[in-house]
Design a protein around this ligand. Structure first.
Ligand SMILES: O=C(O)CCC(=O)C(=O)O
Length: 336
């Protein structure tokens, strides 16, 4: 996908050279994501070169928010409750083929932001890999933040499919390699994140979990996640990965940066450093619509939802008969 760089006008800030990454002792070059600063941002150029073809871009320093550190967030949303995912320290060491849960299927507990902040400060969130993932900000004091609200216009992303969501936790956490069914924007607000990306064309080379798994696991195990670790690739078990690595992109996000992630692009997101790391994302209707329906990855996801329905319906009915019905129903609904 070198066209990401080949179409840029010479007067705009671009990176065109590949950079080398050292993985398991071998050199694998990765491709940089094209970037702009607000002074060089042009919505028309974004539409033509990124939105229509579906190619990621980073707007550096695109939002001017106060740093969303623990103190700031506690002052805004300290009392509000969020579902925190308990990944556990073992998980990263397992062969992903042994996983029985993924993403919103992970064990989750409702905590106030202040309670979660204490887990980060004490180091427990880091040690036990406890992450505050995809928590809606709609009902919070942070939703009205003008720099978030202006983002849609700036990127010509006109129809939000979700609210802004908070993704926050301790350095060291990784959201594993997956793709989404909408266009997305990921806004870095405290600390740094590294995003590894592959284009939608690499679907089969990235070995997504099999569709059939949805019959046994519903949406607890999701077929739009990859079974491979990009930083620790097992080329014997997954030989196609060598081809995927020819299309591996990487970008580091700093506070204020906004990454545009078109539908179907694989991404693995890692919180860097030791401290608190925080982002917000939002999903948007895919424009132009044909980009959504021309991808097998999208159809695959719709099919996956269909296959998961018997399992999910059973869980829903079981939740109705539990004494803590409200909580159990919420758990099922959160999986969607
Ligand atoms: O920030 C993260 O940890 C994950 C974000 C993500 O997967 C997304 O924005 O689609």
């Amino acid at each position: 996908m070198t066209q990401a760089n080949s179409k840029s006008s010479p007067d705009l800030t671009t990176h065109s050279a590949s950079t080398s990454g050292d993985i398991n002792g071998s050199k694998f070059p990765f491709l940089p994501i094209q970037e702009r600063y607000p002074e060089t941002w042009s919505t028309e150029e974004f539409i033509e070169q990124h939105q229509i073809p579906g190619i990621p871009i980073v707007l550096r320093q695109g939002v001017s928010e106060p740093e969303w550190n623990l103190d700031y967030l506690e002052s805004k949303i300290g009392e509000q409750k969020f579902l925190c995912r308990f990944y556990g320290s073992e998980r990263k060491t397992l062969d992903k083929r042994q996983w029985t849960t993924i993403g919103s299927g992970i064990t989750a507990k409702s905590l106030s932001f202040s309670e979660y902040a204490d887990l980060v400060r004490s180091g427990q969130a880091h040690e036990e890999d406890i992450y505050l993932a995809k928590c809606p900000l709609a009902e919070t004091a942070l939703a009205a933040s003008p720099s978030l609200q202006n983002l849609g216009q700036q990127f010509h992303l006109l129809k939000g499919m979700t609210d802004f969501n908070l993704w926050a936790g301790a350095g060291g956490h990784t959201e594993s390699l997956h793709y989404d069914t909408f266009d997305g924007t990921l806004i870095q607000l405290a600390g740094q994140k590294r995003v590894v990306l592959f284009p939608p064309s690499q679907l089969s080379n990235l070995y997504p979990f099999p569709l059939i798994g949805h019959l046994h696991h519903g949406l607890k195990l999701r077929s739009w996640f990859s079974q491979v670790y990009p930083d620790n690739p097992d080329f014997e078990a997954f030989p196609g990965l060598k081809d995927a690595f020819k299309h591996r992109y990487e970008v580091i996000l700093n506070p204020g940066d906004v990454l545009y992630l078109p539908v179907g692009w694989w991404h693995e997101v890692s919180a860097l450093g030791e401290g608190f790391v925080c982002s917000a994302n939002r999903f948007w209707a895919v424009t132009p619509r044909r980009r959504l329906f021309s991808k097998w990855s999208s159809w695959r996801t719709y099919f996956a939802f269909l296959l998961s329905m018997p399992f999910m319906s059973l869980k829903f009915v079981q939740a109705l008969f539990k004494s803590n019905r409200k909580e159990e129903l919420e758990k099922v609904l959160r999986m969607f």
